[in-house]
Ligand binder design. Sequence first.
Ligand SMILES: Nc1ncnc2c1ncn2[C@@H]1O[C@H](COP(=O)(O)OP(=O)(O)O)[C@@H](O)[C@H]1O
Ligand SMILES: N[C@@H](CCOP(=O)(O)O)C(=O)O
Length: 314
Amino acid sequence: MSAESEMFLIRVPASTANLGPGFDSIGLALGLYLEIHGSSSDHWEVVPLSEEMSVFPRDDRNYIVQIAKETAASYGKELSPCRLFVSSEIPLARGLGSSASAIVAGIELANIVGELHLSNEEKNRHASLFEGHPDNAGASVYGGLVVGLHTEERTDVVSFPIEGVKVIAVIPNFELLTEDSRNVLPNSLSYKDAISGSAAANVMLAGVLSKDWKLVGEMMQSDRFHQPYRAELVPHLALIEEVVLNEGGFGAALSGAGPTVLCLASQEKSEGLLTGLKNRFPEFLVKELEIDNDGSYTAILSEQEKKELKFLKS
Ligand SMILES: Nc1ncnc2c1ncn2[C@@H]1O[C@H](COP(=O)(O)OP(=O)(O)O)[C@@H](O)[C@H]1O
Ligand SMILES: N[C@@H](CCOP(=O)(O)O)C(=O)O
């Protein structure tokens, strides 16, 4: 970044991982956003603009700043400090990829301030290394549906845009940390279960590519890798699957590590499903979400755009 008065915008989408059998491999970007408006400063300052962001450190101990510094350091660069206004629509620890969005935001911050000129592939490699799996990270970087394999040595992700299906999220009123939800998973799987789980993921992907959403929904509910073990933590999953079936939806799956449940439906059935889910789970937030096919976005704001920012006026 060059001029002192320049203001930049970073916008990173939320994501849903797994879609059932695509455990740690498949992700989809969703239209809820983490946004940062930033500019140069003489010290690091993080100003929360949404309630959930107010729990995090307001100086360079903030996770987003830490990620940015580490990313820049891996290229031998030290970042000059910034003042960052942070707001987020992504609920924390609900299985909608808030941690991956924070990581990708930190990488974008390093990219802008440190003038790193990173490609999407490089951003995703860093993000997957921080996150440990490429499903949420890849979706937040590339947008659309991502299919990936991440190891210590390399990260391979293929992304493609998704249209023609409605997404409804049932977001419980409690948090479930990904770490806790991973702790209930087994250390090994039988050969038979591994083959069955992998076949379900393959067929699901073939269903996505051929726009056979009914098949996708069926495969979402045929996971062998994680949902059977996480069921005890998310008893609402089975109940939601029932409502989806009754309302003619395609299927449901745990969103990431949960507790949110992701439901797919056709345009015609989505309204009825939304109402059915709201009636059955009045204590949960039931929301239709857009699919984001663009991934993370950064821009330098014009003078006019800066003038329009309400939080700079107060
Ligand atoms: N914007 C953020 N700034 C700092 N930490 C964050 C931010 N977003 C998420 N986190 C961290 O990530 C945790 C949630 O991550 P995780 O358990 O993986 O759930 P999920 O990614 O599904 O929301 C939060 O409790 C918080 O510690
Ligand atoms: N594949 C991971 C995805 C975790 O997603 P999150 O949004 O819950 O952080 C898993 O299932 O553990």
